[in-house]
Ligand binder design. Sequence first.
Ligand code: PEP
Ligand code: MN
Length: 265
Amino acid sequence: FRHGQPGEVTIDTPNGAVVFGEQHPLVVVAGPCSVENEQMIIETALRVKQAGAKFLRGGAYKPRTSPYAFQGHGESALELLAAARAASGLGIITEVMDTADIEKIAQVADVLQLGARNMQNFALLKKIGAQNKPVLLKRGMAATIEEWLMAAEYILAGGNPNVILCERGIRTFDSRYTRNTLDLSVIPVLRKLTHLPIMIDPSHGTGKSDYVPAMAMAAVAAGTDSLMIEVHPNPAKALSDGPQSLTPERFDRLMRSELAVIAQA
Ligand code: PEP
Ligand code: MN
């Protein structure tokens, strides 16, 4: 656990330290919405690593709108994430929904994700602020920038300085063609307001895989420090968020050609 320079969050992964911050190269986090089985999570980990991702994402505990939808495999998915971490050397980012799960998730995860639906779960914010794993704080789907920064402040005030802010799209009047409205204006706005590193999630931001590459490129052009992108070996069969998941091939193309050009420009 390192405090680092203001404006940076440094995370040790099996493949080495990765720094999130304005003065550092773009960090890409990729992986499926949910951890479904051992084969798919290991295959995805190896493929996104090959394409240049530094972290594997994947939900073990899923916040689903319907109680009848797939809820994640829970503890057994944590074991699969540990196996994927060992196989790929990637850092692991996975969501915490309940204060009771923090300890066991922290044994496997390099970064704890606090999801959009829990951005103002103050009990969770306080507990997460009192432990020392870095935190990815997603913007609530109807949260103002001020509310989001105050949520981050709970974690910082608890003594944990390693917070990354992730924009994942907000609710607006029009959700017919996109799942959310991805608010890329947060990139320059947050730069003025906070030293915390910025991540953009164009997958939840658009809800449609066809739109993800353009918004990923736009986010990089606007100066994001990092991206979170959902990738699934067979999006049509995914147990959650298939429509917005890139195939490993499409992710590879995004990383090696489209993003490589923008990131160097
Ligand atoms: C996720 O990252 O899979 C997720 C549930 O995201 P959000 O909290 O942004 O909806
Ligand atoms: Mn998802």
